[in-house]
Design a protein around this ligand. Structure first.
Ligand code: PML
Length: 253
């Protein structure tokens, strides 16, 4: 039997009453792995570089009977810039290559840079006009119910590439789901972890890692999802939050 296990944590009370977001996590596991999974999530909420959580919400939900969709793991590329200015320039170029207009790239980037605190979820932005489309404010649209099929093989692949850390593991699984949402073209992300400055641009063509997307020590990061103007917001948000997805590790690399 499969269960979706998800965690969100905050400091200063629950997110709903203004608590500051600390961390989140998503897994899909069998019943015998629920305890180790929730323990790991608790440990993480209590020892995050963004601070110690005083509000932790863990939901364990049976997803038996729901159709689980399989999506491929995105191929990973790295584009290295010397500093933050170059890193962001590379991010902009990568978004343009994925089909987002210049105006939307600039607006999406500006929205991420204008954040004064980190968000739990993502901003949905029109890939043509650059207008923010969702009305979730600082909460953002959350991506839930996803995991990798062969965790060991996945970690081995990342280990071989010298990038086996929790940030990459989780971001790569999330991005692999995100780019399969209907009418979603690309994602721009950098972390809100003050010790982690690598960001990425993901699209159906791959996951492009970009070192130096923000200065070291910055607590500000987040995600922007660029969607086609004809995209139906409700179906996109529903897919991101509710469709259980297992990301398949390719047999041959
Ligand atoms: C996050 O931690 O919230 C985002 C992680 C970005 C990972 C980028 C990478 O190193 O590939």
């Amino acid at each position: 039997m499969l269960y979706s296990v998800r965690m969100r944590s905050a400091q200063g009370g629950a997110h709903e009453v203004g608590g500051r977001h600390i961390s989140g996590a998503e897994r899909i596991v069998s019943q015998d792995r629920i305890e180790e999974t929730t323990n790991a999530m608790l440990a993480r909420a209590f020892s995050h570089t963004r601070g110690k959580a005083d509000f932790i919400n863990i939901v364990v939900e049976n997803i038996e009977g729901e159709r689980v969709q399989e999506v491929p793991l995105l191929p990973v590329y790295t584009r290295i810039g010397r500093d933050v200015v170059m890193g962001r320039q590379i991010a902009e170029e990568s978004l343009l290559e994925s089909g987002v207009t210049l105006r939307a790239v600039q607006n999406g980037m500006a929205a991420l840079l204008a954040l004064t605190d980190s968000m739990r979820g993502a901003m949905l932005v029109c890939a043509v006009t650059g207008q923010r489309l969702d009305d979730t404010g600082m909460r953002g649209v959350r991506v839930s119910r996803m995991d990798i099929d062969h965790e060991e093989a996945f970690h081995e692949i990342l280990e071989d590439k010298g990038m086996n850390n929790t940030h990459v593991q989780e971001a790569l699984v999330l991005a692999s789901k995100v780019v399969t949402a209907p009418n979603l073209i690309a994602e721009l992300c950098w972390s809100d972890d003050p010790e982690y400055t690598t960001g990425y641009v993901a699209s159906a063509a791959g996951y492009i890692r970009i070192p130096h997307c923000k200065p070291l020590g910055s607590l500000l990061g987040g995600r922007v999802f660029f969607v086609k103007p004809e995209g139906d917001l409700e179906s996109i948000v529903d897919y991101l939050a509710n469709q259980p997805v297992i990301v398949k590790v390719p047999e041959e690399l």
